[in-house]
Design a protein around this ligand. Structure first.
Ligand code: UDX
Length: 444
């Protein structure tokens, strides 16, 4: 099938590449000429395991191409994926200007039947706006061409996006006509594996499903984070509690890990957008979800609070080693990362920071420019030299089994603040290090 993907961000690039991988002819469009040049030259603007090889393979096979030519891109694909950004407006609602602009371009240039697919995470009701924008452009041209409208939200986890696309749990298709549905069935047939993963529903339900999934996951995390804070005060161990409740299949073990707050490009933005949609479109306060957001903001300050409780509010003259900048492992993404709240708090209190991350240092340099009190190192252990304490924010595999004796010998005061509960508290304490995990017994 001929597929056009509008937007070569995270979602567009992964979707386009995976669709090419199963034999489709894919043309990816972006207005950012520099990005398209990078892609044409074999570069990949984002870090995602496996993506670079897959792009290279499909480009070489002639199935995956890139362009800035809007007219060519619209004419090309029978299916047109909209995977442009929907950044939050000042008030938290999703900014749809890029989605609507892409829809208008389709209406301006299409010359035969198209299926237009919303892949970006967009508020309930966006498909109606996209349809209206296309119809308006067609009317201006004085032509009447048929097109199908589909909402097909993505459920891609950064760091595991290729696998999520190639082996999906479910493929949600919001659709209102048979012709578009038949095309969707054909397009997704290679990803079905041994049973039908397509969940066909009306468009509004599909749009809401995406927000509901992320809101539910964010709720689990905030709930666990609050319980962790409680466990800490009561002298209980949240890791025991987590296992104890996870064994119930109605609860399950997934996504129950307490930490220093969720971040990333999806949860914070989607939670806010859903709150906003509920309020504006339905006059409803989603009280549970407001609390989820508030609890997460609070959680991002848990590490700075513990550090100040130990070292005092004025941290000038102190240096902290920081392990992890990315909002989670296997990505260089620092959007809404807890590391940013921590860095801001430590710098504000006068501290110096020496940070390590396996892939996000370039991103951190871009964000912090030449902040003189923030340095980066190539290895986790060199970050510890002359540091007062170690703070861990991202659970990279490389941090999971360090040499505790070496850590104790490097740090001025052997203290670890662990925002991801990476270690056995006994092992750390036996090495003579004061250990502050989340929701577990704290160093005296
Ligand atoms: C998420 C959804 O999982 C995905 O389906 C959707 O399409 C996009 O948003 P992503 O943002 O890549 O994906 O990250 P995810 O792995 O879901 O983690 C989100 C945040 O939650 C991270 O900051 C992570 O550290 C945190 N988290 C996750 C926890 O604190 N505890 C957990 O148990 C799980």
């Amino acid at each position: 099938m001929k597929v056009t993907v509008v937007g070569t961000g995270y979602v567009g690039l992964v979707s386009g590449t995976c669709l090419a991988e199963v034999g489709n002819d894919v043309l990816c469009l972006d207005v950012d000429a520099a990005k398209i040049r990078t892609l044409e030259q074999g570069g990949v603007p984002i870090f995602e395991p496996g993506l670079e090889e897959m792009i290279r393979r499909n480009v070489a096979a002639g199935r995956l191409r890139f362009t800035t030519d809007v007219e060519q891109a619209v004419r090309f694909g029978t299916v047109q994926f909209l995977a442009v950004g929907t950044p939050p407006d000042e008030d938290g609602s999703a900014d749809l200007q890029y989605v609507v602009a892409a829809a208008r371009a389709i209406g301006r240039h299409m010359d035969d039947y198209k299926v237009v697919i919303d892949k970006s995470t967009v508020p309930v009701g966006t498909a109606d706006k996209v349809r209206a924008a296309i119809c308006e452009e067609l009317a201006t041209r004085g032509v009447d061409l048929p097109f199908g409208m589909v909402s097909n939200p993505e459920f891609l986890k950064e760091g595991a996006a290729i696998d999520d696309f190639m082996r999906p749990d479910r493929i949600v298709i919001g659709v209102e006509d048979e012709r578009a549905l038949a095309l969707m069935r054909t397009l997704y047939a290679p990803f079905q594996r041994n049973h039908d993963r397509l969940q066909v529903m009306d468009i509004k339900s599909a749009e809401l499903t995406k927000y509901a999934a992320n809101a539910m996951l964010a709720t689990r995390i905030s709930f666990m984070n609050e319980l962790a804070n409680l466990a800490e005060v009561l002298g209980a161990d949240i890791e025991m509690v987590r296992k104890g409740i996870g064994a119930d299949p109605r609860i399950g073990y997934h996504f129950l890990y307490p930490g220093c707050g969720y971040g990333g490009s999806c949860f914070p933005k989607d939670v806010q957008a859903l709150l906003k949609t509920a309020k504006d479109a339905a006059g409803i306060d989603l009280r549970v979800l407001s609390a989820v957001e508030e609890a997460n903001e609070n959680q991002k300050s848990v590490l700075p609070r513990k550090i100040k409780a130990r070292f005092g509010d004025d941290l000038s003259g102190r240096t902290f080693a920081l392990w992890g900048l990315a909002f989670k492992p296997d990505t260089d993404d620092m959007r809404e990362a807890p590391s940013r709240t921590l860095i801001a708090a430590l710098l504000d209190a006068g501290a110096r920071i020496v940070a390590h991350d396996p892939v996000a240092i370039d991103e951190a340099r871009r964000l912090y420019g030449d902040e003189p009190r923030l340095r980066f190192t190539d290895t986790p252990m060199t970050a510890l030299e002359q540091a007062d304490a170690l703070v861990i924010v991202t659970e990279w595999k490389a941090y999971r089994s360090p040499d505790f004796a070496a850590i104790r010998n490097s740090l001025r005061t052997p203290v670890i603040f662990d925002g991801r509960n990476l270690f056995s508290p006994e092992a750390v304490r036996e090495a003579g290090i004061d250990y502050y995990p989340i929701g577990r017994p704290q160093a005296a």
